[in-house]
Design a protein around this ligand. Structure first.
Ligand SMILES: [Zn+2]
Ligand SMILES: [Zn+2]
Length: 196
């Protein structure tokens, strides 16, 4: 028996409250029968450098401002905060420049070479949407009694491959150790090579 495929509901229409669903090249409102004209093309941000708005991103956009990755025509990579905005009666994805959109490039991703930028929890690869999972977590050495890694730490790690950090041993003694860049875990402490 053939099942009629039901489109996945991504959220509620900001205009009429009906379900927003993915329909091939665009996201549309199920309230269109009642006259709602909410539609967003999956390529709505393509000219600015974000080729496809994925269903996952649309789900987030319907909830609120969402960070998205852009590669501009001049090759510059940036993260912008995007939100849905009603412009002259028409809803569309809108780059929210007020939301502190541009992020500083901290270095190159050791896995894919793209830019590493700051995210809420980590210093991570800007190509995460393409599947690169490289990230140096800010709290990477916290469970060893170390401090949260700063932006400066991340920069030095990315350029030098290794930095010296201070952790605490069980008896609360400070100990200097080397922290290495690691493609899989972001960074790794070398407990053997004690530098103190
Ligand atoms: Zn609607
Ligand atoms: Zn990467």
């Amino acid at each position: 028996m053939a099942m009629k495929s039901t489109p996945t509901i991504l959220g509620s229409c900001p205009s009429c409250g009906e379900n927003i669903v993915h329909r091939g090249e665009f996201y549309g409102c199920e309230g269109f029968r009642d006259g709602c004209d909410f539609t967003v093309s999956i390529h709505a941000l393509a000219t600015i450098g974000h080729y496809t708005i994925s269903p996952k991103q649309m789900r987030k956009l319907l909830k609120g401002p969402t960070q998205m990755y852009f590669k501009m025509s001049n090759g510059v990579e940036r993260i912008f905060t995007v939100k849905l905005k009603n412009v002259n009666g028409k809803w569309r994805p809108w780059i929210d420049f007020e939301a502190g959109s541009e992020l500083e490039v901290l270095g190159s991703c050791p896995c894919c070479g793209a830019n590493v930028v700051e995210t809420p929890l980590s210093y991570g690869c800007s190509r995460w949407e393409d599947g690169c999972e490289f990230a140096i977590f800010k709290n990477a050495i916290k469970r060893f009694g170390g401090k949260m890694l700063s932006k400066q730490d991340a920069k030095r790690l990315l350029s030098q491959g290794v930095i010296e950090v201070i952790i605490r041993t069980f008896n609360q003694q400070e100990r200097k150790v080397n922290l290495y860049i690691d493609n899989e875990f972001g960074c790794k402490i070398d407990f053997e090579g004690d530098t103190a």
